[in-house]
Design a binder for this molecule. Structure first.
Ligand SMILES: [Zn+2]
Length: 170
């Protein structure tokens, strides 16, 4: 004879929020020690080390003769390995810019921020780095503006893109 159950025989017991802290159900608390390290990789690692030393490094491709920044280990145009490091100027030209009144968390800014792509002098056309502009206003900022990096003092640099405070008009 087959066994038959009804839903009412296996209704289960609903949990209340208080059952866990009051110990009526088995629970385990575990705080994982989830520390980790991140490797920037060969090209960006050297780029960041250059920033710590106050230099902006690009790489030159001997095949298509472009000098690109941020650096990479393979040319995306001709797939050649890129090993020829080139110091670039810390001056450049604003390629694109936004006048931004919204923070990363979507809150409103009182004063705008100016994220921009800057074509660095010494890099090939179309190669720019993303940073922010300073000492500009919505009225004075524009594509084509000539700018220079404002560096943190050497003792405050950490090997990060923020070793450059911002780019400001020349
Ligand atoms: Zn190339």
């Amino acid at each position: 004879m087959p066994l038959r159950w009804t839903v009412n025989e296996f209704r289960g017991t609903p949990l209340r929020e208080s059952d866990i802290p009051e110990g009526r159900v088995l629970s385990v608390r575990w705080d994982p020690n989830a520390r980790y390290a991140w490797d920037a990789g060969i090209a960006i690692g050297r780029f960041l080390q250059g920033l710590k030393e106050g230099r902006i490094l690009g790489v030159h491709c001997p095949s298509c003769r472009r000098t690109v920044v941020p650096p990479r280990i393979v040319c995306e145009n001709c797939f050649r390995p890129l090993t020829q490091w080139v110091p670039l100027q810390d001056t450049g030209t604003v390629q694109t810019v936004s006048v931004c009144y919204v923070n990363w968390d979507a809150s409103r800014r009182r004063e705008p921020e100016f994220p921009a792509v800057i074509a660095l002098d010494g890099a090939s056309p179309g190669c720019g780095i993303l940073h922010i502009l300073g000492e500009v206003t919505p009225q004075t900022v524009r594509v084509g503006l000539r700018v220079r990096a404002l560096w943190k003092p050497p003792q405050e640099r950490t090997g990060a893109i923020t070793d450059i405070c911002y780019f400001r008009p020349l």
